[in-house]
Design a protein around this ligand. Sequence first.
Ligand code: 5CU
Length: 374
Amino acid sequence: MAPNKIVDIHTHMYPPSYVKILTSRPTIPLVRSFPGASDPRLILLEAEVPLLNQDDAHSTGHLPGRPLTKHYSSLAQKIHFMDTHDIAISVISLANPWLDFLSAEESTGIAREINQSFSDMCKEHPGRLYFFATLPLTAKLEEVLGCIAECTKLPYCRGVILGTSGLGKGLDDPDLLPIFKSLAEHGMTIFLHPHYGLPNEVWGPRAEKYGHVLPLALGFPMETTIAVARMYLAGVFDAVPALRMILAHSGGTLPFLAGRIESCVLHDGVLVKEGKVGPGRRTVWDVLKEQVYLDAVIYSEVGLKAAVDASGVDRLMFGTDHPFFPPLTSDEEGKWESVTLNAEAVDRAVGKGSKEAQKVMGGNAISVLRLEGE
Ligand code: 5CU
């Protein structure tokens, strides 16, 4: 088995050049400074827009988004965070919403620049950092495929981070198949991450009083669940059997809902009539065990046990979601509760000090993502 190292596969950064882009934008995603606030604010989510537009709230210190601290862009801070939490290796990725908002003309150049900056950061700490690259999905198909080919030449690149919008129509879009095929052929794992959540109306008229809880705790996981369910129903996993995806937040709610998805498939008159439910069909459970990996960013052993049951203990990988979810009442330079919650959940779900815990905490990531040497 792989050595006993802690590996963080869910850990983000915004390189300074990306922050510069966000700072120049009038609409989300954006970075804005407010009088009296020590850090600028990073405003990403549709759910944060009502407060962004409410000038009178800002004067009372009720600010939208989250503080853009040095944790988001500083490599030294990432390494400090890793050292503080005994993390040997991190697979870093650009955080949401990646390059989704860029025009076709600008996205390829910016993708190249961002991927190079991740590659350079990894080179500064050989063996400690690897990365998931970012694709210019608003550009022409040839440019996206060209970017994948370029990324395969970056020695620390191990795959790509992908949102759920794909080319604008979701991940069941047939036009994405050449991209999925190319990633699969190059052995590039997709790290699937949510950003868009659910429409604001779902959170009701009092949503502002509940902070970020509903969009992050429920919107994000539902978004991932829906995206993968659509891929499954469209036959993407069968069309690209070598496709491998790590799903953020332990697969959203997929481990819990896979049985219900299966039952709905079996009882769907349209699918049955079209002959899509016959013998030989790969079930959602098969896909979860053969083509999907799950991160362990679910903060409780209940969710983690469901993830182990659904995909198997060899397919779970520890993550922190740094720099999101910093401690609010203790020193950010010290241990983060969001990290210890996830590590304790692993201990409780599979046994502290067990071989299984070693796999989830690092062994699986090392072998699946080939994190030894360049
Ligand atoms: O706090 C948040 O909004 C987020 C986010 O946007 N992305 C992420 O990965 N985690 C938390």
